[in-house]
Design a protein around this ligand. Structure first.
Ligand SMILES: Cc1cc2nc3c(=O)[nH]c(=O)nc-3n(C[C@H](O)[C@H](O)[C@H](O)COP(=O)(O)O)c2cc1C
Length: 188
């Protein structure tokens, strides 16, 4: 099982959560981490290199902090450039078919803020729908997102636990738990 982490954090040097999770993931065999902001500070993406890395992987992870209810801009640029018609989708675009897809996202808000009546008004699962739809469009299997809530207030101990869970999840060789379009309200 080969895993590719597409890591998108514009300030990884000052990151607490994503740096910790990415460092923990390096302990795993058969993993490649592509730090997009390091590779492409000018936003000029090497599409051939990205598609080659994707092709080799069985499991693809997008890891990023949530910025304004979405991903940092370079990941969106990456999607637009790399997931091309005839390669990722369309009648002849099947390169990502049946690969597993996992989101690993961190948010400043607590889980209680991501509810109908909470500060943000929507569950995080709803806000992540564009990624779920993208995965469906290119034939990848969307699994339950790995979410780190309360990124600014999480204690060192909680963050360590979270990193340990992340490593365990990434080491899982059986298919990851699926996450359907119609999840119940209690699902994040
Ligand atoms: C530009 C910007 C936008 C952000 N937007 C959100 C947001 O929409 N929702 C939220 O809960 N947190 C938001 N945050 C907080 C980040 O998600 C949080 O700081 C990050 O997940 C922490 O991870 P790190 O320690 O790896 O940097 C935002 C932070 C920045 C800098």
């Amino acid at each position: 099982m080969k895993t590719l982490i597409i890591l998108a954090h514009p300030h990884l040097d000052t990151s607490r959560v994503n740096q910790k999770l990415a460092n923990a993931a390096t302990r795993i065999d058969n993993i490649e981490i592509r730090d997009l902001y390091k590779l492409y500070p000018d936003f000029k993406i090497n599409v051939v290199a990205e598609q080659a890395a994707l092709k080799k992987a069985d499991r693809i992870v997008f890891q990023f902090p949530i910025y304004w209810y979405s991903s940092p801009a370079l990941l969106k640029q990456w999607e637009d450039a790399v997931l091309t018609h005839g390669w990722a989708y369309g009648s002849t675009g099947h390169q990502l078919q049946n690969k597993e897809f996992l989101l690993s996202v961190s948010v400043g808000g607590g889980q209680e803020h991501y509810t109908r009546t909470g500060l943000h008004g929507y569950r995080l699962a709803e806000l992540l729908r564009p990624f779920q739809s993208m995965a469906g469009m290119v034939g990848m299997k969307y699994s339950r997102p790995f979410i780190t809530f309360g990124a600014r207030t999480i204690t060192d101990g909680e963050l360590q636990n979270q990193a340990d869970h992340y490593v365990k999840l990434l080491q899982t060789v059986t298919p990851l738990p699926k996450f359907g379009l119609l999840e119940t309200e209690s699902d994040s």
